[in-house]
Ligand binder design. Structure first.
Ligand SMILES: Nc1ncnc2c1ncn2[C@@H]1O[C@H](COP(=O)(O)OP(=O)(O)OP(=O)(O)O)[C@@H](O)[C@H]1O
Ligand SMILES: [Mg+2]
Length: 269
């Protein structure tokens, strides 16, 4: 049995969810900018960076762009970084390549990844893209070594374009001298800003439509309150919007106002 607020507003599913299907992702200006930069990175075989505040939509933008790539032409190796060593990262890349990643040495792992990448880009003519999400978690020593994966020592041809996404301190990590070989390969950067007020209205409407409601449940004051309370950041906006729906339903109010948003905000950190 769905919760009371969903029955009240006739929401077919949980609104403002984290797990929206790829074909329901809203194509924002932010995502278009990310897509252009990733396309450029693919063409040049270089490195792109995607930064943004927590919950600004980085992973969703990556999901949108990588799922739009044609599987007959592209293979995306998607890895979520950890605070582990470079060995951990190599293991994750081997797993993304569907290769055995158990207990071999660092040198052997690197060699296996390179061989497979050469095979896929050469014989199979695929364009590869390595995506490292949460890259701001990587250790400094990983940034110092990562460039060795992107091209052969004897061969200047870059064969594994890379996109790293993370919070703003990703840029600090790349400013260390030891990270210079990697930083020097960066050709494109996107920074995800919070949405403007107008975009927020559209965003809220979009998520309501995903949940099966086409009428506007948020009045102007509620949109402004969600926009201000979230700073335009999407995860926070989701929590405020869902919380405000719950408060409004408890009060049997068919529209959500700034007061409902304010009460919902008291539950959030
Ligand atoms: N383009 C979009 N269309 C619809 N919903 C979106 C979009 N972008 C983000 N969202 C919503 O915002 C939530 C947060 O986005 P996401 O997880 O991509 O942010 P993030 O920047 O990767 O956060 P973190 O810094 O925690 O990794 C998503 O779960 C989704 O509900
Ligand atoms: Mg993320």
């Amino acid at each position: 049995m769905p919760p009371q607020y969903r029955l009240f507003f006739e929401l077919a599913r949980e609104p403002f969810g984290a797990d929206i299907p790829a074909d329901k992702i809203l194509l924002t200006d932010n995502i278009t900018a990310v897509q252009q930069r990733i396309d450029y990175t693919l063409r040049t075989g270089a490195v792109a960076l995607l930064t943004g505040e927590i919950g600004s939509g980085k992973s969703t933008a990556l999901r949108y762009v990588t799922q739009a790539m044609h599987p007959a032409e592209h293979l995306c190796l998607y890895v979520t970084a950890t605070t582990g060593s470079i060995l951990e990262l190599y293991r994750q890349i081997l797993a993304a390549l569907a290769l055995d990643n158990r207990g071999v040495s660092r040198a052997l792992m690197l060699q296996t990844i390179r061989q497979q990448v050469l095979e896929l880009t050469g014989a199979k003519k695929l364009k590869l893209l390595l995506v490292i999400d949460e890259a701001s978690l990587l250790r400094l020593e990983v940034f110092a070594e990562l460039h060795t994966l992107l091209q052969f020592d004897m061969d200047a041809k870059p064969y594994l374009p890379l996109v790293m996404a993370g919070q703003n301190n990703l840029l600090d990590a790349l400013s260390y001298r030891t990270a210079l070989p990697l930083a020097s390969r960066v050709v494109a950067r996107s920074h995800l800003e919070g949405l403007h007020r107008q975009q927020m209205q559209h965003y809220l409407q979009h998520h309501l439509a995903i949940a099966g409601v086409t009428r506007n449940l948020f009045d102007d004051s509620a949109v402004t309150a969600i926009h201000q309370g979230s700073g335009g950041l999407l995860r926070k906006a989701n929590h405020l919007a869902r919380g405000a729906l719950i408060v409004a339903a408890k009060q049997k109010s068919m529209t959500v106002s700034a007061e409902h948003v304010r009460l919902a905000a008291t539950e959030l950190l």
